[in-house]
Design a protein around this ligand. Structure first.
Ligand SMILES: Nc1ncnc2c1ncn2[C@@H]1O[C@H](COP(=O)(O)OP(=O)(O)O)[C@@H](O)[C@H]1O
Ligand SMILES: [Mg+2]
Length: 367
């Protein structure tokens, strides 16, 4: 039954399902395996089952079906505190009546560690997150960012092999969030910790992770490194959820091996790479990134189909130009061009032609 390829995975979900009410499955047939030291992010909209997966891995929820393995051993019957897992949540969950040092010492006391060893480890963990000078304060005397650093130190202080983080930066402002994103990945890689990170923020997922599992409707829609996820989405959900994306709907009229021709609903034709479509006559939604649209015909392949477009709006953004077009009835078609010395600024009202390399235009499911 179990995929034998998972036997050397550090964390594995095998055919895991979860229902809270005995009727609806909020996690449906989840399969995932992670090597030691990987930083993996579960990304998806609210309600897609991310926290439920994390809670099952931590042992606070049990799977309705399937197995969760840690280092090759099923953890279904191992209680949470014996799993050697560190956790960080959005709302810090520091003990308010304890000092910062006492907060960090607590998980070590639970593990019956002696006083001098505890003090040494607490100091090291606080230094690691640059909070060494704050051991004597209480949580209320720290800023949000400082509290989150302490929460991180507390999750790491007992040197867990696996750390789980559920939207840990959600309460912080943008600047601090970006700084902490960098610090967390840096620390995790430096210490060789295996991390499962949960967020609904796609930028956060792309910038922090070795691999991202995109969740929707209780299933992993795609599991891939950030660049593959952005450049080679395997279905319409992933293409829409990750990054900015243009879509046009039509019917496949020709399959030519690696490429296909799609007739859009307004009659125009374009070239695409068939991803989720297999036969002529199938409805499809093609997906193309704004920076991959070509406005210079000379840069297209010979014989490439081009589309007519009307310029609706030109937005100067400094490093790039963002231009909104009407293409095949879609008024929200965005293109991005680099602000280079020879780059034209498209004028609203202008009629132009656009095209792309077939490999940059993906014919996906129309659902
Ligand atoms: N303790 C619970 N009891 C019943 N339903 C729950 C519970 N926790 C989560 N759910 C439901 O399970 C689904 C997935 O939730 P969750 O795992 O929290 O998603 P996410 O973290 O991706 O937002 C949601 O429909 C949610 O309402
Ligand atoms: Mg959640």
């Amino acid at each position: 039954m179990a995929d034998s390829g998972n036997s050397d995975a550090f964390v594995a979900f095998e055919r895991v399902q979860k229902s809270y009410d005995g009727e609806t499955l909020v996690v449906k047939d989840l399969n995932l395996s992670m090597p030691k030291g990987e930083f993996l992010t579960m990304l998806g909209p609210s309600g897609s089952g991310k926290t439920t997966c994390l809670m099952m891995l931590a042992g606070f929820e049990t799977a309705t079906h399937g197995d969760i393995l840690l280092d090759g051993v099923s953890i279904n019957n191992i209680p949470p505190h014996k799993r050697g897992i560190g956790m960080v949540f959005q709302n810090y969950a520091l003990f308010p009546h304890m000092t910062i040092a006492e907060n960090l010492s607590f998980p070590l006391e639970v593990r019956k560690m002696g006083k001098s060893e505890r003090e040494e480890k607490v100091k090291r963990a606080l230094d690691m997150v640059e909070m060494g000078a704050f051991g004597g304060r209480r949580p209320a005397q720290l800023s949000g960012g400082q509290q989150q650093r302490v929460a991180l130190a507390r999750a790491l202080v007992f040197e867990p092999e696996l750390v789980l983080m559920d939207e840990p930066l959600g309460a912080l402002d943008k600047q601090l969030r970006e700084k902490m994103q960098f610090e967390i990945t840096h620390l995790a890689h430096e210490l060789g910790i295996t991390t499962v990170y949960v967020t609904h923020d796609q930028t956060e997922a792309l910038t922090m992770s070795d691999r991202v599992a995109v969740f929707n409707d209780g299933r992993i829609q795609q599991l891939a490194p950030p660049d593959l996820l952005y450049e080679k989405p395997e279905n319409s959900f992933v293409a829409q959820f990750i990054g900015e994306n243009n879509t046009l709907e039509g019917v496949v009229t020709e399959m030519k091996g690696d490429t296909c021709v799609v007739r859009l609903d307004d009659g125009e034709e374009l070239d695409a790479t068939p991803i989720n479509v297999t036969s002529v006559g199938e409805r499809t939604r093609v997906s193309i990134r704004p920076e991959r649209v070509e406005v210079d015909k000379n840069r297209l392949q010979e014989g490439a189909h081009t589309l007519k477009a009307e310029v609706l709006e030109f937005i100067y953004m400094g490093d790039i130009f963002r231009t909104r077009l009407r293409v095949a009835g879609n008024d929200e078609f965005i293109i991005k061009t680099r602000n280079a010395p020879d780059q034209v600024r498209l004028e609203p009202g202008a009629q132009i032609e656009i095209g792309w390399l077939p490999e940059d235009c993906r014919a996906l499911d129309a659902s």
